[in-house]
Design a protein around this ligand. Structure first.
Ligand SMILES: *Cc1c(COP(=O)(O)O)cnc(C)c1O
Length: 455
């Protein structure tokens, strides 16, 4: 095997993936079907098409086609910021004194600052293809809203973003980036929708929540002619689009004969992790190779490790279809001290099924240890990581240190999903020693789990 692995492995344009990989096609036991929340029967394409774009509904329901062509216009857009580099973390390895080889796939090299652009452009493209005027969505921390704004600007599509009011006020620069790309950003709850007005009437001083913003965005999509709602994670179509991360990584690693032993990713709704592991998981499912996959979630929002595998609402507003997934209950609210993203109550149906079959592992990490790892990484590798991404960094470092103890020369791969320039408020808290950890009690979790819909 070659010892001359470059610091950064880039792909040639001709080596870039031309198709997305749908890991569901290789799963013997498929994820459970989405259910209509009223009838509790599997949703039909027609029902989904009132909320989501037609072609995206087709992708959402397709669990048999392994490869799906990426349309040329999306490939052209990908070429503006892809391939993303696969970096050999030589500096980090040296600093840790580990015999392990560490690689990370860096998705933060675009203005939105995260992997979310990979799916935003696909979803905007299919909306445009359908002849729609625009799309609506919600955003919490702001990465998804930013990515969608960029994609819509490129395709000349109207973009309406409902941004959780507290983020709208606390992250004015995120808001301005979206507006610069032409998006219409509304602090949620707002008076623009019936659901928003109802919430404001009841709680005039509310800071808003993701669930409320989703309800407003869905209402906006279904009450305006020519609009559909789009979602940045959790859905199987989003995992499909994010498979470009894993496909590029696999091609780059194959080129240099690198076989990762452990593949690590942070898990909010599961889209980056699902995208990164998809082609590797495909090999595992087909019995061609074996890997250890580790999902890393915050101790304050532990969907995999302390949730239940059950049907639940994807949104707090209870308007989207029911999905069988590892969930803490759609009423679960992460602690207010929770700094980064990854605060979603549930998990991708695909990853939930793979986890349930014992094909991947999950661990939790506490917030201060995540920021410790983030700072260590920033000082050694130069990149200022997003708090979400730093969950993966923390476990990659832990695994590398374990190799130091045992002397094993394992190859570790992790997903570095984005940069943290808009998270300096959280970094400030950490630097001032004011950041705390919070782990919900069993009673707290039980309360939202008890409220799961009966199916
Ligand atoms: C949104 C986001 C995540 C988490 O979302 P997944 O769907 O779990 O990938 C992770 N990192 C960054 C930088 C994000 O913006």
């Amino acid at each position: 095997m070659s010892t001359e692995i470059p610091y950064k492995i880039y792909l040639e344009e001709s080596e870039m993936p031309k198709q997305w990989y749908n890991v569901r096609a290789n799963m013997k036991k498929k994820p459970a079907p989405l259910l209509n929340p009223e009838t509790k029967q599997p949703v039909t394409a027609e029902e989904l098409e009132t909320v989501f774009c037609k072609e995206l509904v087709k992708q959402e329901l397709d669990d048999t086609t392994p490869y799906i062509d990426i349309p040329q216009e999306i490939l052209s857009f990908y070429q503006m910021y892809r391939p993303s580099p696969l970096v050999r973390a030589y500096c980090l390895e040296k600093k840790l004194g580990t015999p392990a080889k560490i690689y990370y796939k860096f998705e933060g090299n675009n203005t939105s600052g995260s992997h979310k652009l990979n799916s935003a452009i696909a979803q905007a493209y299919y909306a445009k293809q359908q002849g729609l005027k625009g799309v609506t969505t919600e955003t919490g921390a702001g990465q998804w809203g930013t990515a969608l704004s960029m994609a819509c600007a490129y395709l000349d599509l109207d973009c309406q973003v409902y941004m959780v009011k507290v983020s709208y006020e606390q992250k004015p620069f995120r808001r301005e980036v979206m507006r610069t790309y032409g998006a219409n950003v509304t602090p949620s709850p707002s008076t623009k929708t019936a659901v928003g007005r109802k919430i404001l009437e009841k709680f005039p001083n509310t800071n808003g929540s993701l669930g409320c913003a989703i309800s407003e965005a869905v209402e906006a999509a279904t009450t305006q002619e020519g609009y559909r709602y789009v979602l940045g994670s959790v859905l199987s179509q989003v995992l499909l689009h994010q498979s470009v991360i894993g496909l590029e990584t696999k091609t780059a690693m194959d080129k240099y004969n690198i076989h990762p032993d452990i593949i690590i990713g942070c898990a909010g709704g599961g889209s980056n992790l699902g995208g990164l592991i998809s082609p590797f998981m495909g090999e595992k499912l087909r019995g061609e190779a074996d890997y250890r996959f580790i999902a890393v979630e915050p101790a304050s929002c532990p969907s995999f490790t302390r949730g239940v595998y059950a049907y639940d609402f994807c949104d707090t507003g209870m308007v989207c279809p029911l999905q069988k997934m590892y969930t803490l209950g759609s009423g679960f609210m992460p602690a207010p001290n929770h700094a980064g993203g990854l605060r979603y109550h549930g998990m991708s149906a695909v990853l939930s099924e793979l986890y349930d079959q014992g094909l991947m592992e999950a661990v939790t990490v506490e917030q201060t240890s995540v920021f410790n790892a983030a700072e260590q990484f920033a000082r050694i590798e130069g990149i200022l990581p997003a708090p979400e991404s730093s969950h993966a960094i923390k476990i990659a470092i832990d695994e590398a240190l374990r190799c130091k103890e045992t002397g094993e020369e394992k190859t570790i791969l992790f997903g570095l999903t984005g940069t943290g320039y808009f998270d300096m408020y959280a970094y400030e808290k950490f630097n001032d020693g004011k950041m705390s950890d919070y782990i919900p009690t069993d009673e707290e979790l039980q309360k939202s789990i008890d409220a799961l819909p009966k199916v």
